[in-house]
Design a protein around this ligand. Structure first.
Ligand code: HEM
Length: 358
């Protein structure tokens, strides 16, 4: 342990000395405006302070009348000065908020994320074990009706496809170092993360487009109504066979999915754009907050969408076809969207529920 520390300390020293060896022109000429020495030029360390690099040009790290420790302490506490080089960001010597950001990101954010995603997967597995696949209760008619046209399905798969890649590449950014890296080794991990990051940056825009189109296409069907209340009171009939609360095109649960997609998607898009164009719209401190918000919203949304993917695929017989070829079995539609069937076909709701009498 002590040996490791010595090696680390030596590496740090070597890095500092390497930095000191940069051409003098690249060194920010720092002035600190503090009361003791207003706008004083920093005193310069002589090369003899640095046995590892005697010929290094001077490094300004000290204010006259202060010890080096006092100078750095002041900088750490956010004492402002000026830099003469054009790149002002390079004049930020210590950004203490960065430590708080890293502690939250690697601490509670990552931990709660594991619980949220693990929790939803466990719940879905439990639900599948207890309830099994939700079947079409009544006798199938062999007839279908169109639920979504090609454009709607295209928009759904644009949103869904981009979201899945964004979710996987994003989770890799947060957790990959602790999960994938030990499994596949540094070189494959570096390549995968590099391309994942590229995909993440570009697909973000496809997802934003998908969310905007989703909103425009379906907002009219997602205004809350009194039927949603009944639907929630009966838990959508999800837990009991043969219970089918009436619903228009989208039931209460689907409206939750819709609004999560729109509101969550907008928030992810907004915070994401701040991070894709660093310093264009936000300061470093703001970007740190946007990063935490981006990751937290993404985790909540991935948890919600996992439930959506489950019910839209293996969880419910007949559901996937709606986004597959767009045609659903009429009996499926009667059971899950009776009021919508009535609107489209003129059929009375409740008339065909359950197994027909004959
Ligand atoms: C990747 C796997 C996915 C599958 C298998 C899937 C499946 C489906 C199906 C079958 C429907 C139609 C439900 C119906 O006819 O009533 C649907 C609707 C919808 N999907 Fe997906 N979906 C997936 C991913 C996503 C993602 C990633 C999002 C958004 C980020 C999303 C957002 C929506 C929305 C907003 C609707 C309309 C509301 C609803 O039916 O819940 N889907 N999806």
């Amino acid at each position: 342990m002590a040996g490791l520390r010595t090696i680390l300390a030596a590496l740090v020293l070597a890095a500092v000395a390497g930095g000191a060896a940069l051409p003098a022109a690249a060194q920010p000429n720092i002035r600190l405006g503090n009361e003791a020495a207003p706008q004083a030029d920093l005193q310069v360390d002589r090369p003899m302070d640095r046995p590892m690099d005697r010929d290094a040009p001077p490094v300004p790290t000290q204010i006259p009348g202060q010890s080096r420790g006092e100078t750095w302490h002041g900088i750490r506490l956010g004492e402002r000065g000026t830099v003469s080089i054009p790149n002002r960001q390079a004049g930020v010597l210590i950004q203490s908020e960065g430590e708080a950001w890293r502690a939250v990101r690697n601490g509670p954010l990552s931990d709660y994320g594991v619980w949220a995603l693990g929790g939803i997967l466990a719940l879905l597995a439990l639900f599948f074990l207890v309830r099994g696949r939700i079947r079409i209760d009544g006798r199938k008619t062999g007839r279908t009706i169109q639920r979504f046209n090609a454009f709607e399905r295209g928009v759904h798969w644009l949103t869904a496809g981009s979201f899945v890649v964004l979710a996987v590449s994003g989770l890799n950014l947060l957790y990959g170092r602790h999960t994938l890296l030990p499994l596949i080794g540094p070189q494959p991990f570096a390549a995968l993360t590099h391309y994942g990051k590229l995909a993440h940056n570009f697909l973000g825009f496809a997802f934003i487009l998908g969310v905007v189109l989703t909103f425009v296409l379906w907002v009219g069907h997602n205004i809350p109504s009194r039927h949603d209340l009944t639907w929630f009171l009966k838990a959508g009939g999800l837990f009991s066979k043969g219970v089918h609360p009436p619903a228009h095109k989208f039931n209460g649960g689907q409206k939750i999915i819709f609004w999560s997609t729109v509101v969550g998607g907008a928030a992810l898009g907004f915070t994401g754009v701040q991070l894709v164009f660093p310093f264009s719209f936000a300061t470093l401190e703001e970007m740190q907050l946007y990063q935490l918000a981006h990751a937290a919203i993404a985790i909540v949304m991935i948890a919600i969408i996992l439930a959506h993917i489950y019910i839209g695929s293996i969880g419910m017989e007949g559901a996937f076809a709606a986004m597959g070829d767009g045609q659903v079995e009429l009996q499926w539609a009667r059971e899950h969207h009776s009021l919508w069937v009535e609107e489209v076909t003129g059929e009375k709701p409740g008339h065909h529920h359950g197994t027909p009498a004959e």
